[in-house]
Write a protein that binds this ligand. Sequence first.
Ligand code: ATP
Length: 362
Amino acid sequence: MSDRKNVVDIPGDDAAPEAMHPVIDLLQALALDINFEFPPYGDDAVKSLGTGFPDETRAAIDAADATLFGAGSKDSTEIVRYLRWGKGTYANVRPARWVPGCNSPLANPQNIDLVILRENLEDLALGIGGDLEELYPLGLSSGRAKSTLQDVGEAFGGGKYAIKMITEGGTERIVRFSFELARKRKAAGKRGKVTCGTKHNLIPHPDGLFLEVSNRIAPDYPDIEYENWIIDDFARRLIAEPQEFDVVVLPSLYGDIFSDAAGGLIGGLGLCPSGCYGEDYAYFEPIHGTAPDIMGQNIINPTATIRTATMMLRHLGYGETADHVDRTIDKVYRDGDRLTPDQGGTASTTQFCEAILERLRE
Ligand code: ATP
């Protein structure tokens, strides 16, 4: 039986395809037994098929072993929603590792090697909300003396609300994922520590539950260190002592914010990959957006996309190749002569990828 893997590739919008196309060339140069499919999506699909997410693209995603996604805006948003909620990819693994040559703003970025593990399906990411007046019949207190939400809403010209939903089961599986990940990392020589971050003092219901579940599960993993911080205290610690962190498990919104922050510490969004894992599907997408401000200039840093691809290769069983590519990227940064502008260099996206390919062939 063939071990051939099928990967759906969606390069994304704005500048994202400028990173994805050379990365696909690079993956194809590795001559792995992977078939890449490029189904229609986004603006072009709207023009030709009347929708940004055609049925054939959904079918291709369903049939594939994984999806590699660039970064989406506008008409591709529905695809990301499907990859997350439709495929149940609840665990968003966002590593931030500094390597020499990366443009960190810190004087001492050595040994920053952490993972922000973002719960991907709950919290405010659900996008549920509406007009404040929908809540008036509940008679909720506004928190101000002797006034309801309705009193305040009416006095201040109405307003909006959003739902922050955290479930017990959703938290349990992401927290268990964090400990399993810490175990794997410990086996690979890393610290073996889980940090949980919440604002349980201010938001006792959802954040309190997230913390309570984390605290309850931690003793099941006595080989892994465990700590929890109030999220603002975590913010300070992340900046002051980023080397202290290994796996950081966070509800969705904090995970989104602090993975960008961790990316900033190691040298920027152009370096930061991610993988989203569910029970029976995984998709892979750099944490950065579509970088519209640098579109068409061939200067987007493809490191995030390449490292995202190596996360996918590991998932597909090509761990050694993934390690080899990651080590090769590290060497190109150490050499430092063909880096993109975001890393202080003058190389184009194409030249950076050529440097990787040359090094891979050595
Ligand atoms: P989103 O909300 O979709 O996450 P965003 O508004 O946060 O997107 P990004 O598209 O991530 O924005 O871009 C933020 C800044 O980082 C922009 O100035 C962009 O050019 C820069 N940037 C993002 N990714 C890269 C990259 N791979 N290489 C170089 N610069 C990048």
